[in-house]
Write a protein that binds this ligand. Structure first.
Ligand SMILES: [Zn+2]
Length: 451
């Protein structure tokens, strides 16, 4: 008999709550409880060499020592073992553009020219929902292959781009934040909306998707040069009407861009001040790059609860500049890490972290692997105001996690034989690792990718 011929039993009203599904994962386990700071301080690091992560219905019950927890596992709890590997929380990318997937690694330009030459032509194709769906599917699978389970994502100006994105993200049960770009000037006509149209289309997308499953909406003006003052005001109106949505944009990435903004908004003290004046700085506002900002700008971000997305591969690739992580920490500003694909050159957060380390070096600072992992997990969750849901393995959080392989490449495996401390081991993995170091990715306790 064929499966599709099997008679399904009539659906009965279910008065009994279904039995909880427990799953346990045995491996080395590491997560962060807070920002470990710039040195090798391990106070905020929790690590179990032989650890166990227990989940119930897709949420964390506990993480701890395997020997202690194994005898207490609930009956019928499935046990999956990853010997000699490392489980960490799912990584969080706080700034990425899915429509730029196909222009990653494009030669020879800095920001403004790069937008004209590569990005705007690529984004014009996203009025076609089929194209958007195909790119989304590739993009989300690429994130999962790289151990990224949550991202703050740019669409294009077309509402179709966001519909397609959320449709696939919902099917994969991913915690994702995205929005349609608002852009009413200084760009090709085919990529322009108007303040009213942008407001209306964003509102419809918010009503349709925000809070559905694990999805959230971000009001997304591309950046000050491509939005009129009227459009920035309409963006703030959306944030007022839907206070738990996000604001996602760029600021002070490139010196040419900063100069352009000073010409477009001569009355404002600084680039950041444009966003302040238009009431876009608030909790759940995330600004990518934040390179050319002064002390007053940083204080303003801190006072308003605005977060920064540090995008090192992009900042180096486009020659934009060196992010001042230490300065942002001193001001108590929330900072996450972003790949900024396609200005960034990798979907992988280990690669991104290794470039973040080099940016710190060029500023005469050190970025420990503990702090880099913090930025890629709990720090990102805090930047997105999602640390009550994701970012580490505290009880009750959503069980999104990654299994990292210390034998992912012959070189990593060889280098591991010459490490003694946990930090040495993690640092070598961070500097040498990429998607080949990810052996599995889990979403709400379910396997979503396996190498
Ligand atoms: Zn960007």
């Amino acid at each position: 008999m064929q499966n599709d011929r099997i008679q399904q039993p009539a659906i009965m009203p279910n008065t009994q709550p279904s039995a909880p599904v427990y799953k346990a994962f045995r491996s080395s386990i590491l997560h962060l409880l807070g920002d470990p700071g710039e040195n090798l301080n391990t106070e905020q690091v929790e690590y179990w060499e032989d650890g166990l992560l227990l989940t119930k219905d897709g949420h964390v019950v506990t993480a701890g020592d395997a020997e202690t927890l194994l005898p207490e596992l609930p009956a019928n709890c499935a046990l999956t073992e990853y010997p000699d590997q490392l489980i960490i929380p799912g990584m969080i990318d706080t700034h990425i553009h899915y429509p730029q997937t196909d222009v990653i690694a494009a030669y020879g330009t800095q920001l403004l020219e790069w937008l004209e030459a590569y990005t705007f032509p690529a984004e014009q194709q996203f009025s076609d929902p089929e194209h958007a769906l195909e790119v989304t599917t590739f993009f989300l699978n690429e994130l999962l292959r790289n151990g990224t389970t949550t991202a703050l994502v740019f669409g294009t100006v077309h509402p179709e781009s966001v519909d397609s994105f959320f449709q696939v993200a919902e099917q994969l049960n991913l915690r994702m934040i995205a929005g349609k770009v608002l852009m009413d000037r200084n760009c090709p006509e085919t990529l322009q909306d108007t303040p009213e149209q942008g407001y209306r289309e964003s509102k419809a997308l918010i009503e349709k998707w925000h809070g559905k499953g694990r999805l959230s909406y971000a009001v997304t003006p591309r950046f000050a040069p491509t939005s009129s003052p009227e459009q920035l005001d309409r963006a703030a109106q959306l944030l007022d009407e839907y206070p738990d949505t996000y604001l996602h944009t760029h600021v002070a990435e490139n010196t040419g861009e900063v100069k352009w903004v000073s010409e477009l908004f001569p009355e404002n003290r600084s680039y950041l001040d444009v966003y302040r004046q238009h009431r876009l700085l608030r909790p759940r506002s995330v600004l990518a790059h934040c390179i050319h900002l002064d002390e007053q700008d940083k204080q303003c971000m801190s006072d308003t609860g605005t977060a920064a997305a540090f995008c090192p591969t992009s900042n180096l690739f486009l020659g934009s500049g060196l992010f001042d992580l230490g300065g942002f920490r001193e001001h108590g500003i929330r900072v996450g890490m972003g790949t900024d694909v396609g200005g960034g050159t990798s979907f992988n957060m280990l690669r991104t972290a290794s470039e973040a380390y080099k940016v710190a070096q060029l500023r005469g600072k050190k970025l420990s692997t503990f702090q880099a992992l913090y930025l890629a997990t709990l720090g990102g969750a805090k930047a997105l105001y999602l640390d009550n849901k994701i970012g580490n393995f505290e009880a009750g959080k959503e069980a999104d996690f990654v299994v990292l392989n210390f034998k992912g490449t012959p070189l990593i495996e060889r280098r591991m034989q010459h490490t003694t401390t946990l930090h040495e081991k993690l640092f070598a993995l961070m500097m040498l690792g990429d998607d080949r170091a990810v052996s599995a990715t889990y979403v709400m306790g379910d396997l979503a990718f396996a190498a």
